[in-house]
Design a protein around this ligand. Structure first.
Ligand SMILES: C[S@@+](CC[C@H](N)C(=O)[O-])C[C@H]1O[C@@H](n2cnc3c(N)ncnc32)[C@H](O)[C@@H]1O
Length: 215
């Protein structure tokens, strides 16, 4: 069944699909505790719940929270959906797996507002990524894993470096090159001027980073 995506909620795209693919290769024992942070329409949360996980999903957007609840209901799987800023609604809890498709697009203007909060992430695209790298390791159980998707434009090497510095084993496990969507087409000139996009590059690379805490 196709997800319902109300206006203002991020419609599942290639990044969602890449992460769903990575999730399908991840061992998810029945009853494992999974967190989907920045759940949007709930596509990843529902995919994890279908595997028998106990899923909590968080989003800062009220509309996204409603959409994720509705889509979990329609799929007939239990997902606990909370509204809040990143990990704030799950403080004190721990997880076997954290999924994240955060905003990661470098943006020429200040703090993201409205629907753009789903993709804009400050001048270097790392506004939310850096917070995830800093805060996620403490929420994982020993042997737990973080799976996140981001653009090559927002420095996956830095993500790997931060996660390794936090004691995790981290690697890029999937890559996909995609055509520029409307957001990148709009700011292509700015990205090239800043040196974030090489002069002849006309595709965006998405990567999945997998990081695991030692047992
Ligand atoms: C790229 S969309 C991904 C949506 C969905 N997970 C998917 O893969 O289709 C990013 C989502 O993160 C949410 N978000 C952005 N900043 C957040 C924050 N600080 N805390 C919680 N959610 C946030 C946005 O509202 C948006 O729904």
């Amino acid at each position: 069944m196709k997800s319902l995506v109300p206006p203002g909620v991020y419609a599942p795209q290639e990044d969602t699909e890449l992460l769903v693919g990575a999730l399908s290769e991840e061992p998810v024992p029945p009853g494992a505790d999974v967190l989907d942070v920045g759940t949007g329409s709930g596509a990843l949360a529902v995919a994890a719940a279908r595997r028998g996980a106990r899923v909590t999903a968080v989003d800062v957007s009220r509309r996204a929270v409603c959409a994720a609840r509705l889509n979990a209901l329609r799929a007939g799987v239990p997902v606990r959906v909370r509204r809040g800023n990143l990990f704030a609604p799950v403080r004190g809890r721990s997880f076997d797996l954290i999924l994240a498709n955060p905003p990661y697009v470098p943006a020429p203007h200040g703090l993201p507002r409205g629907a753009a909060r789903a993709w804009d992430a400050g001048g270097d695209g790392r506004l939310v990524l850096d917070r995830i790298c800093r805060e996620a390791p403490a929420l994982l159980r020993p042997g737990g894993a973080l799976l996140l998707v981001q653009s090559a434009l927002s420095d996956p090497e830095l993500t790997l470096g931060h996660l390794r510095a936090a004691g995790m084993k981290a690697a890029v496990t999937r890559r996909r090159r995609i055509a520029f969507g409307p957001v990148l087409r709009d700011r292509e000139h700015w990205l090239r001027e800043r040196g974030l996009l090489p002069p002849t590059e006309n595709r965006e690379e998405l990567v999945v980073v997998r990081a695991e805490l030692p047992v």
